[in-house]
Design a protein around this ligand. Structure first.
Ligand SMILES: C[S@@+](CC[C@H](N)C(=O)[O-])C[C@H]1O[C@@H](n2cnc3c(N)ncnc32)[C@H](O)[C@@H]1O
Length: 281
């Protein structure tokens, strides 16, 4: 596997994913009850935007750097920017770092990462944090052992590298089937890249028929999803989203899409209920 998230940290796709992650965790933290946060693909936890990898691609310039211009326009995006600032002058927080900064003493975190180096970084980052458990293993397979988690309330984030796009979707579907079987009430969020929009149809069809009670699909497009060779958008399928989650994120997603839009584009948000709980559920 060649993927290293350091090349992409803080890019537009990360910004969409991390803003949605903060919104999900804030919803869960609205109740006093303890919660578990599980990540199948955790990465290194924290990134340096001055590293050789980050400078080589310069992707943060069209992501988190642009978001700075939104200061004062959305409370949630301000809270995200505050967390980025707390990561140091040229630091960028990965999802584990963001989650650790939000969770309480009574909450638990399980972070899976396949690559030795990234897993070592994670262990170092959280060595003093008894809430955090790092697992150097395949995150998909780990779900069987980790679910249902203790405390039995919370969120799984599945954020794979998508080196082989179609293969990754079949692995996600198998992992979701396991996760829903072992922890039917959990929130399961899956990040995915949007290149050619129509290539996502089989995954969306699977979600429409899956055993989850509700599935909200959120897509932020920075340019039309008709050109397969480039990353056109950032998507997240959320199984069992929190109560009125779509209303809360609708307050800032359009601003995010406009801010991150490619040059000459306006940016676009698509929110679709692929499954919706009925009163009898
Ligand atoms: C997109 S990055 C994760 C970024 C991180 N979630 C964040 O938002 O900060 C994907 C990570 O998955 C790791 N990875 C790839 N295949 C894996 C697998 N089967 N199990 C666990 N980790 C895997 C890669 O090494 C990489 O660090």
């Amino acid at each position: 596997m060649n993927y290293r998230h350091a090349y992409h940290a803080g890019n537009f796709a990360d910004v969409v994913k991390h803003a949605l992650l903060i919104a999900l965790l804030e919803s869960l933290l609205g109740k006093d009850k303890p919660l578990s946060y599980v990540e199948t693909h955790a990465g290194a936890g924290r990134y340096d935007l001055d590293s050789e990898a980050a400078r080589r691609t310069g992707e943060a310039a069209n992501g988190i750097v642009r978001l700075q211009a939104c200061r004062g326009r959305s409370p949630l995006l301000d809270r995200y920017l505050d967390r980025v600032q707390a990561c140091g002058p040229r630091g960028y927080p990965g999802s584990p770092w963001l989650a650790a900064g939000m969770l309480r003493e009574t909450d638990a975190m399980h972070l899976c990462e396949w690559q030795d180096e990234e897993a070592r970084d994670l262990r170092r980052l959280f060595s003093d944090d008894p809430r955090v458990h790092v697992h150097r293993r395949d995150g998909y397979a780990a779900l069987k052992a980790l679910l249902p988690p203790h405390p039995r309330r919370g969120l799984v984030l599945i954020d794979p590298p998508f080196e082989e796009q179609s293969d990754e979707f079949s692995r996600i579907q198998a992992a979701l089937a396991t996760a829903l079987g072992r922890w039917p009430e959990g929130i399961h969020a899956v990040w995915y890249p949007i290149k050619l929009g129509r290539e996502l149809q089989p995954f969306r069809r699977w979600l429409r028929a899956c055993p989850a009670r509700s599935v909200l699909d959120v897509q932020v497009l920075i340019q039309p999803d008709t050109v397969p060779q480039r990353l056109n958008g950032s998507g997240m399928a959320i199984l069992h989203p929190p109560w009125r989650f779509e209303e809360r994120i609708a307050a800032w997603l359009p601003l995010l899409a406009r801010t991150l839009a490619a040059d000459g584009e306006t940016g676009h948000v698509r929110m679709t209920w692929l499954r919706q709980a009925t009163d009898s559920d």
